[in-house]
Design a protein around this ligand. Structure first.
Ligand SMILES: C[S@@+](CC[C@H](N)C(=O)[O-])C[C@H]1O[C@@H](n2cnc3c(N)ncnc32)[C@H](O)[C@@H]1O
Length: 545
């Protein structure tokens, strides 16, 4: 991605620029590219040049060196045009790029690619359709592209007409907008409330690791750095052949002498300014890559915003559309039955998740469905008399719980409603039901809903959802994934990885539901646990009510 930009010259000029903008980088860091940067071959990353310790400040970045809506030369114009948020930042980036060497960020921008081509919003249409079919991203990307075009037509093109000198058409085309968007999506950080999101030099060099990051980027408002010039001749040599790409202007110490930025901070705490700090949150041994985290993101979100997926991502999910659940319900029950049960379900605070125009339920990486989906399927299958009994009980509970001001009555009512009969069976079922070996604690509330009917519904839903991926089986996808890995086809690899991880989640859901179904059948368990006569009587309510 950086090949054409990463020359010795551009790195030297970036280093000098950091110096001029008071950006401080610990000499314990190496900025590397290629295979030294463990996860990605043609990108940059940061490694430890010596053993580093938790708590060290390894970089200090003045906020005025960040490119934000406040610091850009177009700040007033963007303010007048009422362009803010992500869209404003993309225009600010395009604006600074259009100024070439006249931009105060030129040496930094010169290091960035024009476009991060790994992001699906800039893939060819046939790649989007072929690679992403069935995945969480397919419709999202198509929708995104429409919205991006609309934004450009409504907000950016008019700017080029109103201020042709500041926003010349040739630098603010739709293509430029898409390209700038990929950089803001994959590299911007929230600076603070005043600046909002911005392009943060140095902080954007760290690659991502889920749940196991080495650094945090921290807002440290009461800190300032004095100008501490270091002779440029003391810099590390930047060798074209090696993976080492350079370091900061304060990197002139040996590893044994290595100074973290904490030292600089201590020396300068008389003088105050606004800066961001990059702080180590764990020890990092010499030679290891230093990772940041971009958040607890599913593979679909990682691919969407950053152009890659992560193996064994614990935050992976797959969604089942509400429409598909309704399709299931209406094919087994009358419309009137479905309407009434949905009303009942919603009355007690349940709803699908929503995003843009879609409503859906999440299935976790372990295959565990969102509880609201289980409640819905459970209620859908309840015999009519049990629904009526439940209504009465819930009404009584409502009165009781309302008296307790500290409680959210809806949640408590649901909890009690479902906990009560579950309690009778808890012990028996707890011992035989687990989602995965790693999940030690069993959610009794969730288990309760895995009646045979619910299990069958879940199997139906997971199989139907899987059909969205087309004809190929999961095993065939796995073979294609291996091929893509061997051929170094990154786009295809990450798209296939997303498919495979989503389909594996569905398979886990199907497998667990099937296992439960088998157990229910072998034990001839009554499908409707709420048949127990006294389940709803006041005398059997938990004592707290
Ligand atoms: C903030 S930049 C990190 C520095 C970047 N590697 C560079 O060359 O400047 C984010 C981009 O780095 C890459 N990246 C970060 N973490 C990654 C990971 N765990 N696996 C693959 N690519 C990753 C992705 O291309 C992502 O969009």
């Amino acid at each position: 991605m950086y090949q054409s930009h990463l020359t010795r010259r551009s790195l030297r000029s970036f280093t000098r620029w950091m110096e001029s903008r008071n950006i401080r980088l610990s000499d314990g860091l190496n900025i590397v590219k290629g295979e030294k940067c463990g996860i990605v071959c043609d990108e940059l990353g940061v490694t430890a040049a010596c053993d580093l310790q938790e708590g060290e400040v390894i970089a200090i970045i003045p906020k005025d060196a960040c490119l934000t809506l406040r610091t850009t030369g177009a700040a007033n114009l963007l303010n007048d045009a009422q362009l803010s948020g992500g869209l404003g930042l993309v225009v600010a980036l395009m604006y600074e790029r259009s100024r070439g060497e006249a931009s105060p960020w030129f040496p930094y921008l010169n290091l960035l690619p024009l476009c991060h081509k790994a992001l699906p919003i800039v893939w060819e249409s046939d790649e989007i359709h072929n690679f992403l079919l069935g995945t969480e991203l397919h419709s999202v990307i198509l929708e995104d592209r429409k919205l991006i075009e609309e934004d450009w037509r409504e907000c950016i093109w008019p700017l080029t007409q109103e201020y042709p000198t500041e926003f010349p058409e040739e630098h603010f085309s739709l293509e430029h907008y898409f390209s700038a968007k990929t950089l803001v999506s994959s590299r911007s950080f929230e600076v603070d409330d005043y600046h909002g999101y911005g392009m943060v030099p140095v902080a954007d060099l760290f690659n991502h690791k889920t749940n196991n990051e080495d650094v945090h980027v921290m807002d440290e408002p009461n800190l300032c750095i004095i100008d501490e010039s270091v002779s440029t001749s003391d810099r590390h040599p930047v060798e074209e052949e090696s993976n080492y790409l350079g370091c900061s202007f304060i990197d002139n110490l040996t590893n044994a002498q290595h100074h973290s930025c904490s030292t600089i901070k201590e020396r300068n705490d008389q003088c105050r300014n606004e800066v961001l700090e990059i702080v180590l949150v764990r020890d990092v041994p010499m030679g290891s890559e230093i990772f940041n985290t971009y958040g607890e993101l599913s593979n679909a979100s990682l691919l969407h915003r950053h152009g890659f997926t992560e193996p064994d991502n614990p935050f992976d999910i797959v969604n089942i559309d509400y429409v598909l659940v309704m399709q299931y319900c209406t094919s087994f029950f009358s419309k009137c039955h479905v309407r009434n049960r949905i009303r009942f379900w919603r009355k007690y605070g349940c709803a699908p998740l929503t995003s843009q125009a879609s409503e859906y339920f999440e299935i976790e990486a372990s295959g565990k469905p969102q509880p609201e989906l289980l409640f819905l399927l459970y209620i859908m299958h309840l015999p009519e008399k049990d629904v009526l009994a439940a209504e009465v009980a819930l009404h009584e509970l409502d009165t009781a719980v309302k008296a307790d001001c500290a409680m959210n009555w809806e949640m408590k009512a649901w909890k009690t409603f479902f906990d009560f009969p579950a309690n009778h069976l808890k012990r028996a079922r707890c011992n035989r039901y687990t989602w995965s070996k790693s999940e030690g604690e069993i959610d009794s509330c969730i288990m309760f809903f895995f009646t045979s009917n619910v299990c069958e519904s879940l199997i139906w839903l997971s199989e139907k959802r899987d059909q969205a991926y087309g004809q190929a089986t999961l095993e065939e996808d796995l073979k294609l994934l291996e091929d893509a890995r061997q051929r170094d086809n990154e786009k295809l690899f990450h798209a296939l990885y997303l498919r495979v991880s989503e389909r594996s989640i569905l398979r886990r859901l199907c497998h667990h539901s099937f296992e439960e179904l088998k157990k229910n059948r072998s034990q001839k368990r009554d499908d409707c646990l709420l048949h127990q006569k006294d389940a709803y009587t006041r005398k059997n309510m938990p004592r707290e009510y």
